[in-house]
Design a protein around this ligand. Structure first.
Ligand code: PLP
Length: 382
């Protein structure tokens, strides 16, 4: 018997008749082709067209966000959201070391440098106690805001990320941010369809951002979205991501340095069809997560599940194994069986570009980095 043979058999039974079982595959079972053809027939495949507005409206309605501004990808959305929250060159931004590289890169593109604070074992996301500890010992307040005593730089934002779609400790983090006068920007790239006390993730911070990359819960090929409840921030988000062009029937005048971060209409057409599928996809992903939970109940493998009061989208299920050796054995055995599994990201704080950045001891993140593995989580085929 190979190690974890039972779990491997169970994964195969969840996704029968597949030679290779992916981690998270897109599903196109609705109006995708119809809307794409309509978009091509209209000739408006690029930066102008009605699908963009429709997609934004659908996402705003689903998330309950007052405004939703489509962008070319999730990284661009986060960069602009940070800038709109007031992040400037030379600032620092607090985030978690356990995330996809985009979180850190967006902070860098906005001209700031990340500071890494440890994660909570129940969410794999920013730990409010650790954040409080860092801010109370390492910062002072002056007229410019919250200042890092060891670098003299301003801490301009806190960016929690809802890891694998598990909502983080939003209430506690928001309270701390408010007390220290630091805006929160949520990286909700992985959590479309995840709710905290009934409210959608990404709508708690001053701004929040989504991603529609090919591996996410729904996809536009590539795409992102900025969420905010502030009409002025929403107007600025649209302006900045569309080259800061002033409205005029034929003249090209721009009033600041903007970005060509607009989502093409073609991608938005795909997004409209995918949004129609979203409730069904979320149901199916929840069924998969519940099946894993029932199967692993009583075993020594811990499955990451939503905290009480929250609802996860179960974008990627994650198991916590005993140690690095068990993780290596599990990865090897699953890959041998053509089942895609993946260790959690290397800590961002260990990558050469970011290893010089300040952090707390990151003891929990270092431990989890050895133990956490994602297992197949696609919505099941009908
Ligand atoms: C996917 C993702 C993003 C955005 O990625 P894009 O590929 O640029 O859409 C940002 N942050 C996290 C944590 C992600 O997983």
């Amino acid at each position: 018997m190979t190690p974890h043979a039972d779990l491997i058999q169970f994964i195969k039974s969840l996704y029968p008749d597949q030679d290779r079982i992916a981690l998270q595959e897109p599903r196109f079972g609705g109006n995708e082709k119809k809307y794409l053809l309509d978009c091509i027939d209209s000739t408006f495949v690029s930066s102008v067209g009605t699908y963009v507005n429709r997609f934004e409206d659908m996402v705003a309605e689903f998330t309950g966000s007052a405004y939703a501004i489509a962008t070319v990808n999730g990284t661009a959305a986060l960069q602009v959201a940070l800038q709109l929250a007031g992040v400037q060159a030379g600032d620092e931004v607090i985030t978690q070391p356990l995330s996809f590289i985009a979180t850190c890169n967006a902070i860098h593109y906005a001209g700031a440098q990340p500071v890494f604070i440890d994660v909570h074992p129940d969410t794999l996301a920013l730990d409010p106690k650790r954040l409080e500890q860092f801010l109370s010992t390492h910062t002072r307040h002056d007229s410019a805001g919250c200042i890092n005593k060891s670098t003299g730089k301003r801490i301009a934002a806190v960016v929690p990320m809802h890891t694998f779609g598990l909502p983080c400790h939003l209430e506690e983090l928001l309270e701390i941010c408010a007390r220290y006068g630091i805006p929160m920007v949520e990286d909700a790239a992985e959590s479309l369809g995840s709710f905290y006390h009934g409210r959608h993730t990404g709508t708690f911070g001053q701004l929040g951002t989504l991603s529609f990359n090919g591996n996410k819960t729904i996809t536009t090929g590539g795409g992102g979205m900025i969420l905010t409840s502030d009409p002025e921030l929403a107007r600025r988000a649209k302006h900045l991501t569309t080259t800061a062009k002033l409205g005029h029937p034929y003249e090209f005048v721009h009033d600041e340095i903007g970005y060509n971060y607009r989502l093409p209409n073609l991608n938005a057409a795909l997004g409209c069809a995918q949004m129609e599928m979203l409730p069904h996809l979320l149901d199916s992903k929840r069924e998969v997560a519940l099946a894993y939970a029932a199967f692993l109940n009583g075993s020594d493998i811990r499955l990451m599940t939503e905290m009480p009061g929250t609802r996860a989208n179960y974008w990627l299920n994650a198991v916590v194994l005993k140690d690095r050796d068990e993780r290596e054995a599990f990865l090897a055995a699953t890959h041998q069986s053509h089942i895609m599994t993946r260790p959690v990201w290397r800590l961002l704080s260990e990558l050469p570009m970011y290893s010089h950045c300040q952090s707390d001891d990151l003891s929990m993140a270092r431990k989890l980095e050895q133990q956490v593995v994602n297992i197949p989580s696609s919505a099941r085929l009908p």
